[in-house]
Design a protein around this ligand. Structure first.
Ligand SMILES: [Zn+2]
Length: 373
């Protein structure tokens, strides 16, 4: 006996998205006569996690956990006189082929299986993905499953599964037509300059005390939405008070790194585990003088350094069924002062949402793999 699932490919994509129809055939072959009650095909999504704790004194370790995100089914064969599921049809030896057509939902549908105080809110289905770290394993997977139901106590049902990749449809983009307004996040290097001041015992030449310190400002579109395939749209400005500039003489931008920090969190019965990953978007090293005109205290870091870099295809931000994926854009810069012979580093970050662009019409590139930490 054999059971095979063949999924037809109506488009170039190798994956499916929300509301897609998954069509195909189920091929059942038998060499001997077999009694069959019915043949059912399912499309289903699962979330699986497992953790291992290296330290026994750590918080309660939560072991393996499996959760059904949704399940839809289609009966492709049902024995004629089988309203109760007890009777069956005798299949003569041969090959039996059945078509199926199942629709991918837009949202999770697990509410019925949850107790009242642990009920999940219906939300957009998460994309297929797998995350494996030393202590945590998370996978969201989708599959087609066919079952030949054979009645009788000693007869095993015949089951076959086939994995499908799922990427959710990005939510409608209502703000993209408006001209973006920018949000500013600032960070000052005050503490580092002050630390230098206290370092007088070493006899090093340090800048005198100041009211204001170097200010590092990053501006990003106010929507804080990052779209896969878009160029990095941000502005970086450095403010150096006139007095400090005079004391330090020259300041150089020594390094600049822009990266995305992803946080994947899983919550199972009040226990939360998180995994942090990083993806470098742009990294430059070298000395770039900060040239200020006399009247101005601000220096705009030239956007040529990053504007030709694009956001690669990564998992979108999502939150459903106790699993969340969040992003932050991190910008780190190093400033070098030959006067003090020191590098002052500053780092700032801003929470962003990653949306996949409208990628449905073409064959997509592979997801970019990030570095886990
Ligand atoms: Zn759920």
């Amino acid at each position: 006996m054999g059971l095979t699932i063949i999924i037809s490919k109506p488009h170039l994509r190798t994956w499916f998205t929300s509301l897609d129809q998954i069509c195909g055939t189920v091929v059942f072959t038998n060499k001997r006569p077999v009694n069959v009650a019915n043949i059912v095909v399912y499309v289903e999504g699962h979330l699986r996690t497992s953790t291992k704790s290296h330290n026994v004194h750590q918080e309660i370790p939560f072991s393996a956990y499996e959760h059904a995100l949704f399940c839809r089914r289609s009966i492709v064969f049902q024995s004629n006189d089988n309203p109760t599921g007890k009777s069956c049809t005798l299949f003569a030896p041969g090959t039996h082929i059945y078509q199926f057509n199942l629709g991918m939902p837009l949202f999770t549908c697990c509410c019925t299986s949850q107790s009242m105080n642990n009920r999940h809110i219906q939300s957009t289905l998460p994309p297929s993905f797998e995350l494996v770290s030393e202590s945590l394993k998370i996978s969201v997977s989708y599959r087609i499953r066919a079952v030949v139901d054979r009645p009788g106590l000693l007869r095993c049902n015949l089951t076959s599964t086939r994995a499908v990749e799922f990427r959710p449809l990005p939510p409608p983009d209502l703000g993209s037509l408006q001209r973006p307004r920018y949000l500013k996040v600032t960070k000052d290097l005050g503490d580092q300059i002050l630390e230098q001041k206290e370092d007088n015992a070493t006899g090093e030449r340090n800048p005198p005390p100041y009211d204001t310190a170097i200010l590092f400002e990053v501006s990003i579109p106010e929507s804080r939405i990052i779209r896969v395939g878009d160029r990095l749209d941000l502005g970086i400005t450095v403010f150096v008070p006139h007095k400090l500039r005079k004391a330090l003489a020259t300041i150089w931008l020594e390094s600049l790194a822009i990266r995305l920090r992803s946080t994947t969190m899983i919550t199972v019965e009040c226990a939360t585990r998180a995994h942090i990953g990083y993806l470098d978007l742009c990294k430059t090293q070298g000395l770039l003088p900060l040239e200020f005109s006399n009247a101005c205290e601000r220096f705009e870091v030239p956007s040529e350094l990053w504007r030709n870099h694009v956001y690669p295809l990564i998992l979108p931000s999502f939150a459903s069924c106790g699993i969340q994926r969040q992003y932050a854009l991190e910008i780190a810069a190093g400033f070098f002062s030959p006067t003090t012979n020191k590098v002052y580093t500053v780092r700032t970050s801003v929470d962003v949402a990653v949306k996949n662009a409208d990628f449905c019409a073409e064959t997509p590139p592979e997801y970019t793999v990030e570095e886990g930490r």
